[in-house]
Design a protein around this ligand. Structure first.
Ligand code: ARG
Length: 459
């Protein structure tokens, strides 16, 4: 039998496989709350402009609450034959309130309906991302406070470069996540206009009040062009893009945690709560949570690429291709929120090993730049020449099998006769970090200023 919602011109129902490829109810049931919120706003508006009687609108609005409680109570019978959440809700509403249900769809189409529902859903996810990011920033901030003086190696090319502090390193991620929050906030601001009332694509001949429904749903305004309203999915692409960038950041921290927790580095100890064992090697404690976080970017970026590919080249206005928007966004959002929570737990529980960090900071001639800077400052050498002199001292230390502070004054003078005892003052790692007082530098009091500023911002 043909579809009761749109089957007027159809003699036969769909093939079973057609039904399978066409139905989105398996996943878009997640839009139930937004769908019902949107329909309630639409019904109230229809009544206020006189398109519906107050008693019909009241029946519809009450009935929708009943349907919502059935769905949330797990008592709702979702039917693939009714394709999607919109028609499942409306069909059930008909059973609950009878004739008035059929009047709800006046001056509306599933095209503006789904666009509205989905915007509301993504808006909530922008807020969830903000909450998750703030929690992770706070966990990092706590680590930074505890380790503001803890010296560790800073790397470039994963080779020891210059000493930094644990606090400085943690705060680097706080900054990154701050920008991620900005991206979700931007996405939220731009998506917060209402498509409802655009109808199928051209608007409607009914005297609807789109400002009223926009306001009722917490949108800043109705979207100004009905074709754009039903065609646009850039809000979802923006959410996915922000999610992908955020996931890149999480994956970088995750990779560092994987490296730091190895027996070779011993920079951090992970808690049992965020590690797993091996079924054959009894000694193993693996950083699985970090590894999974490193990998989750694959799904999130995949979702972004997936939806970019769906939307590319689609003519205006609605095409059924666009039904493929939701699973990508649902999966990316679920993955991101889980990742943020896992990273927050892992960061809160991880214990930096101050001794191992400090010992590693002193390897790899990490204060060579301090030596070169001393030559510039004290002997007025051009930096290029100071670099060269220091390089020859590194080579000498390498030949002698020692570190820079272990060279004798004589050794030093062999490279440049102007060098004095004072040079040894700058070769220690604590001195090195304390001296880097430029704005944004790793000096502990500079980092503490940043920590205090972020504490203030995060509350
Ligand atoms: N389930 C559809 C979607 O997710 C709703 C819109 C369907 N509109 C239509 N004209 N077939 O995109």
């Amino acid at each position: 039998t043909s579809n009761t919602m749109w089957g007027g011109r159809f003699a036969a129902g769909p093939d079973a496989i057609m039904e399978a490829i066409n139905a989105s109810i398996g996943y878009d049931r997640r839009l139930a709350r937004q769908d019902i919120e949107g329909s309630r706003a639409h019904a109230a508006m229809l009544a206020s402009v006189g398109i519906l009687t107050d008693s019909d609108a009241d029946a519809i609005r009450e009935g929708l609450l009943t349907v919502l409680s059935e769905i949330e109570g797990g008592q709702f019978d979702f039917k693939p034959a009714l394709e999607d959440i919109h028609m499942n809700v409306e069909a059930r509403l008909k059973e609950v309130v009878g004739e008035p249900a059929g009047r709800l769809h006046t001056a509306r189409s599933r095209n503006d309906q789904v666009a509205t529902d989905f915007r509301l859903w993504v808006r909530d996810q922008c807020d969830a991302a903000e909450t998750g990011l703030v929690a992770l920033q706070k966990a990092l901030l706590t680590q930074a406070e505890a380790g503001a003086d803890m010296v560790m190696p800073g790397f470039t090319h994963l080779q020891v470069a210059q000493p930094v502090t644990w606090g400085h390193h943690m705060m680097a991620y706080v900054e990154m996540l701050g920008r991620d929050r900005g991206r979700f906030a931007d996405a939220r601001r731009r998506l917060n206009e209402s498509p409802l009332g655009a109808a199928a694509l051209a608007g409607t001949s009914f005297p609807i009040d789109r400002h009223m429904t926009a306001g009722a749903l917490g949108f800043d305004a109705p979207m100004a062009n009905s074709l754009d309203a039903v065609s646009a999915r850039d809000f979802a692409l923006e959410f996915l893009s922000a999610s992908a960038i955020c996931a890149v950041h999480l994956s970088r921290l995750a990779e560092e945690i994987v490296i730091w927790s190895t027996a070779q580095f011993r920079f951090v100890a992970l808690s049992d709560r965020w590690s797993t064992g091996s079924s054959i090697m009894p000694q193993k404690k693996n950083p699985d949570a970090a590894e999974l976080l490193r990998a989750k970017i694959g799904r999130i970026l995949g979702a972004a690429v997936g939806l970019f590919t769906v939307m590319k080249g689609l003519p205006l206005a609605y095409s059924k291709d666009m039904q493929e928007d939701k699973e990508q966004v649902f999966d990316a959002a679920d993955t991101l929120m889980l990742s943020l929570a896992a990273m927050t737990g892992m960061v809160s529980d991880m214990a930096p090993n101050a001794d191992a960090l400090r010992a590693a900071a002193a390897t790899g001639f990490s204060t060579a730049t301090d030596l070169a800077d001393w030559l510039v400052r004290e002997l007025n050498l051009p930096f290029r020449e100071a670099h060269h002199v220091t390089g020859s001292l590194v080579a000498l230390a390498e030949r002698k099998g020692c570190d820079l502070p272990d060279l004798t004054l004589e050794d030093m003078r062999s490279a440049h006769e102007g060098i004095t005892e004072g040079v040894f003052d700058v070769l220690g790692v604590e001195n090195s970090v304390a001296s880097r007082r430029s704005y944004g530098g790793t000096a502990p009091d500079r980092v503490r200023e940043q920590i205090a500023a972020w504490r203030e911002r995060l509350g």
